[in-house]
Write a protein that binds this ligand. Structure first.
Ligand code: DGL
Length: 277
């Protein structure tokens, strides 16, 4: 049997499936393995240390599964854990492997969408508090002015399948209004949480016309495709049988039930136990 060295895709729970869906569409020849840490989600309300520890455990789990490349398809994990893992842990664990996030590819491009140079970020509490988007956008587009709004009710609404209900309108309007109160000149809003694309149409209903609402998944898929082209030594290590496996740290029944909302088709997951050192 040919060896399996899948590309790893990690999220605190279901949201990363929106990214995996685009990765699969863009890079159908590769093998992927998805892990949702549903038992410990949400990450958005957790401390730096906790998100870092949980994410590192997931990365080590993927390495044991022979993944040469891990994509943290979670903004909160990318904001709070990626840098430490890249700089501190990877050199010790296995310098030949790579861990990538979703913030860099998005911030590299965001300035191209705005004409007013006024950008709004909608994200979890954790991502907003990390300030990662402010720092990264400043690096690539110093003239772009960024305001942020945390939307703590959106992930629970989506995970409880209430995001399309009339009840969700209240919280969508609440946070979009709060963002626009900070800056009425915004012409581009980034959905900086992997769950939020499921609310994209509803969000657009509560915004003045002419505001661009950007989801990350396609940007991340384009960026990974580009990365693999620029790094043939890594590209060669990734196995290519077009397989996808799904793991969750919680109930596989619950995962399979909800995953389809995010992934667009039915999945069959297996259980994973993450271990502390
Ligand atoms: N997937 C996370 C993100 O993109 C949000 C969900 C959570 O809070 O765990 O930030």
């Amino acid at each position: 049997m040919p060896s399996s060295n899948p590309i790893a895709v990690f999220d605190s729970g279901y949201g990363g499936l929106t990214v995996l869906k685009e990765l699969r569409a863009k890079l159908p020849q590769y093998d992927f393995i998805y892990l949702g840490d549903n038992a410990r989600a949400p990450y958005g309300t957790r401390s730096f240390d906790t998100v870092y520890r949980y994410t590192l455990e997931a990365v080590k789990w993927f390495f044991k599964k022979d993944c040469p490349l891990v994509v943290l398809a979670c903004n909160t994990a990318s904001a709070k854990a990626l840098r430490s893992i890249q700089q501190k842990d990877l050199p010790k664990i296995d310098p030949s492997k790579r861990v990538l996030g979703v913030i860099r590819p998005t911030t590299e491009l965001i300035g191209k969408f705005t004409k007013t140079n006024q950008v709004g970020i909608l994200a979890t509490n954790g991502t907003v508090q990390s300030g990662s988007y402010l720092v990264e956008i400043e690096k690539f587009y110093p003239k772009v002015h960024v305001v942020q709004q945390a939307c703590p009710m959106w992930v629970p609404l989506i995970e409880n399948k209430e995001h399309l209900s009339p009840g969700a309108d209240y919280f969508v309007k609440e946070y979009t209004d709060a963002l626009l109160r900070q800056n009425a000149q915004i012409d581009t809003i980034l959905l900086a949480c992997t769950h939020y694309p499921l609310l994209k149409e509803k969000i657009a209903q509560f915004l003045p016309t002419g505001i661009n609402v950007i989801s990350q998944a396609e940007i991340v898929a384009d960026s990974l495709s580009d990365y693999l082209q620029r790094h043939p030594e890594m590209e060669e290590r990734c196995s290519k049988q077009g397989h996808t496996r799904f793991y969750t740290t919680d109930s596989t029944e619950d995962f399979d039930d909800k995953a389809a909302i995010f992934y667009g088709s039915q999945v069959s997951s297996q259980h994973a136990e993450l271990q502390e050192d």
